[in-house]
Design a protein around this ligand. Structure first.
Ligand code: GTP
Ligand code: IMP
Ligand code: MG
Length: 339
């Protein structure tokens, strides 16, 4: 059995939500553990004709036999978590959720500081979810943690212990990273980044799994690139061009219009190298090429296949998952052929 980490390849919003839902529905991991910064994330999941926007709950929740976990490195806003329990009631998310006692807690004060800071909200273009100020307090060792939060008491579980025991027992563990490589505090376009490293190594640390226990790192790229917030974007296209190509997008958390650009091979290569990617999942191929809902690789056009081949050749990483639409069925899964 396998311990996998899924990461975003660029500035977030690569369609991780869809990929995670597909992979977890298929592979049925025993544990799905959320890593990453916190509720600044927004993952879109479309399942059985319904659409969900998630900020803390693992996107793999649709696999209802899995335990859902939030790793120690993740910032938790209990209000956000409890709202998701309500929204996802029919999936028994509340009953399956485990929160590591070492998670740090976002309060109203962090959110106010995030929104009222010219530097964060205007210059960086933060999501206003309080993550930056909370991670700052965490580094200063001056923040409330989950084990001192009575409302979280019933969910507290040693996530690291649970994940490691599962791995040792030969069970499948799926670790969901949030954000994306180019938003990393270390490797992204500083200072226009989020408040933590967002590469695979940190996601493993977030849930307390050591690097020697990880088998697969799945790096998710969209066929074009989007970015919310400020900062450099070498392959950015004009808004008019994005509209002409039908690529305009709006953020899940903030509703902000996303900046859109062409696929960036140099970024893809760096992202695969630093994440130690073993597989690439490529999403929204249908938005760039005429292949909506195609489920068979042979039905892709020559142009689409050349695009995929070029990504594989340049990064040295196999493209194992090709997404051709929002529905789980709109997926070409080449893992059996390529791995
Ligand atoms: P992450 O932040 O990476 O999780 O991305 P996201 O899930 O937040 O992506 P986003 O909010 O940008 O939503 C993408 C939208 O496109 C959602 O409505 C998805 O259901 C949908 N989507 C995902 N993959 C595909 C795809 O391959 N083709 C199309 N046409 N839509 C997709
Ligand atoms: P913060 O993480 O809210 O401090 O925001 C810092 C920067 O990261 C801003 O440009 C945000 O738009 C961006 N960001 C943070 N999380 C996400 C995400 O999940 N998707 C896309 N952008 C994000
Ligand atoms: Mg998103």
């Amino acid at each position: 059995m396998t311990c996998s980490i899924l990461v975003g390849g660029a500035w977030g919003d690569e369609g991780k939500g869809k990929c995670i839902t597909y992979l977890c529905s298929n592979d049925k991991p025993e544990i799905i553990a959320r890593a990453g910064v916190g509720p600044n994330a927004g993952h879109s999941v479309e399942f059985n004709g319904e659409k969900y926007g998630l900020r803390l709950t693992p996107s793999g929740f649709v696999h209802t036999d899995a335990k859902l976990m939030i790793g120690a490195g993740v910032l938790v806003n209990p209000d956000v978590l409890f709202k998701e329990f309500e929204d996802l009631k029919k999936y028994n998310v509340k009953e399956r959720m485990c929160v590591d006692p070492r998670c740090a807690i976002i309060t109203e004060d962090h959110i106010n500081r995030d929104k009222s800071s010219e530097h964060l909200s205007k210059k960086i273009g933060s999501t206003g979810s309080g993550c930056g100020p909370a991670n700052s307090d965490r580094v200063m060792r001056d923040i409330q943690i989950a084990r001192d939060t009575p409302e979280l008491e019933e969910y507290l579980t040693d996530v690291s212990l649970a994940c490691n025991e599962a791995i040792d027992n030969g069970e499948e563990v799926f670790i969901e990273g949030s954000q994306g490589f180019a938003l990393s505090l270390y490797y992204g376009s500083f200072p226009y980044v989020t408040s933590k490293d967002t590469t695979a190594s940190t996601f493993a640390a977030d849930v307390g799994v050591g690097p020697t226990k990880v088998d697969e790192v799945i790096n998710v790229f969209k066929s074009y690139i989007s970015r919310v917030g400020e900062g450099p974007f070498p392959t950015e296209m004009t808004q008019e061009e994005a509209e002409r190509q039908g690529l305009e997008e709006y953020g899940v958390v903030t509703g902000r219009r996303r900046r859109i650009g062409y696929f960036d091979m140099e970024l893809a290569k760096e992202s695969c190298r630093i994440n130690g990617a073993t597989q690439i999942a490529l999403t929204c191929v249908d938005k760039l090429f005429d292949c909506a809902r195609v489920q068979d690789y042979d039905e892709l056009s020559g142009e689409t296949k050349r695009f995929i081949d070029e990504i594989q050749a340049e990064t040295g990483v196999p493209v194992t998952i090709i997404s051709t639409g929002p529905d789980l069925k709109d997926t070409i899964d080449l893992r059996k052929e390529l791995l």
